[in-house]
Design a protein around this ligand. Structure first.
Ligand SMILES: [Mg+2]
Length: 381
């Protein structure tokens, strides 16, 4: 196991304790262990850290198992903090549980689009379009948006909106999703009279050419494609990742690349610049929200029985962000500051040879298993 320590602050932290300090440390640990709650939490990126595609990487199942008690309950608080998505959190949790052989709860899964929930009050009954792979409209519907339609279904209502459609060999499945109550084609919406109030890019778009075309139509016309120019509806992206790692040897283009394409084309063909909001890492609000969620996963001890809502929760001393992308995971943790500590793995976007001086991690390791071993050695000595 080799840890490459990068910060001066950290080097100072690992100075050996003198004999007196060590004795008092052991006493403290011995007497406080029974009622002690973990004073740390861990946020794991998924793509390039836990999984490559659908295959576990870096010893992730073994690493995560160390965070559970023998009876399967959570011993140390952790969450998945991913910019990915496209399916509801509960479904992602059951997928992760199966792939990793663990019991992952929906509340441990924070995806790029999870913050869209905060916009329900603003757009609850208004017409919104959801774009991206997977089940973007179902995601938004489960958050509470009542008048949502997928971009697939929306585009299908307009004849000739995509002049390249006859040349596309694939078929778009508009059948019902696994939720029988949800119809992806949307409620009875008259798309020719009801204006789209907002477009949400929930996950990586699949048909870039059609989505750029249809989004430009919606955004230029004030939400009624084919009509006159109008005020731009709101536009939200779940993340702004330029690239991400899959099983292919080099990085793949992400939502940030799609955003650049859409913005460039919109700005070249319209007299106003595109306005939009990006969520996801590295935005500090994502890390602050993760801290709140992690508090809810701190195992309760006896003295907490009166504090079921964790109102008197102790602040974390350290929160670890384990990621593979310096510009996203490491940058976000560093920007957010204390108590975040960033750990960069070599299993994803960062392979170990690139220069990452722009966003230096507090610690660089080979795999997520090494990262967890390091944390447990430090926290449970
Ligand atoms: Mg990643």
């Amino acid at each position: 196991m080799s840890f490459r320590l990068l910060t001066k602050a950290w080097r100072q932290q690992i100075q050996p304790l003198n004999r007196t300090e060590f004795s008092s440390y052991i006493l403290h640990r011995s007497f406080s262990r029974v009622s002690e709650r973990p004073s740390f939490g861990i946020a794991f990126d998924i793509d390039g850290v836990i999984l490559l595609g659908n295959t576990p990487v870096g010893g992730s199942p073994t690493a995560l198992r160390k965070l559970y008690n023998y009876d399967g309950t959570l011993k140390f608080p952790y969450v998945f903090l991913s910019n990915g998505g496209g399916i509801p959190e509960a479904k992602r949790a059951s997928e992760l549980s199966e792939l990793l052989g663990l019991n992952v709860s929906a509340s441990q899964v924070l995806q790029g689009h999870s913050p869209f929930r905060q916009l329900v009050n603003r757009f609850e009954d208004k017409l919104i379009v959801a774009a991206g792979k997977g089940e973007p409209a179902l995601v938004m519907s489960e958050y509470g948006f009542k008048n949502v339609i997928s971009i697939d279904a929306y585009a299908s209502r307009f004849e000739n909106i995509d002049p390249l459609a006859p040349y596309k060999k694939w078929t778009t499945k508009l059948a019902t999703t696994q939720n029988p109550k949800f119809d992806e084609s949307g409620p009875q919406i008259d798309v020719f009279s009801e204006r789209v109030q907002a477009a949400f890019i929930v996950s990586d778009p699949v048909d870039w050419s059609r989505d750029v075309q249809v989004l430009c139509d919606i955004l230029k016309t004030g939400g009624l494609p084919g009509r006159n120019v109008g005020t731009q509806p709101h536009l939200y992206f779940a993340n702004d990742d330029l690239e991400y790692q899959t099983k292919f040897p080099s990085e793949r283009l992400g939502m940030g690349a799609f955003r650049i394409a859409l913005e460039s084309i919109f700005n070249r063909t319209h007299h106003h610049s595109l306005e939009y909001t990006c969520f996801g890492k590295p935005h500090p609000s994502v890390f602050k929200n993760a801290e709140i969620v992690l508090q809810k996963h701190v195992p309760r001890v006896d003295e907490d029985s009166y504090d079921i809502n964790h109102k008197n929760a102790q602040p974390f001393q350290t929160l670890y962000m384990i990621g593979d992308n310096p510009a996203v995971d490491i940058r976000g943790a560093r920007q957010t500051g204390h108590p975040w500590f960033s750990i960069l793995t070599r299993t994803g976007v960062f392979k170990g040879k690139e220069n990452h001086d722009k966003f230096p991690a507090d610690l660089v390791v080979d795999t997520v298993e090494e990262a967890v071993d390091y944390i447990l050695a430090k926290e449970c000595a």
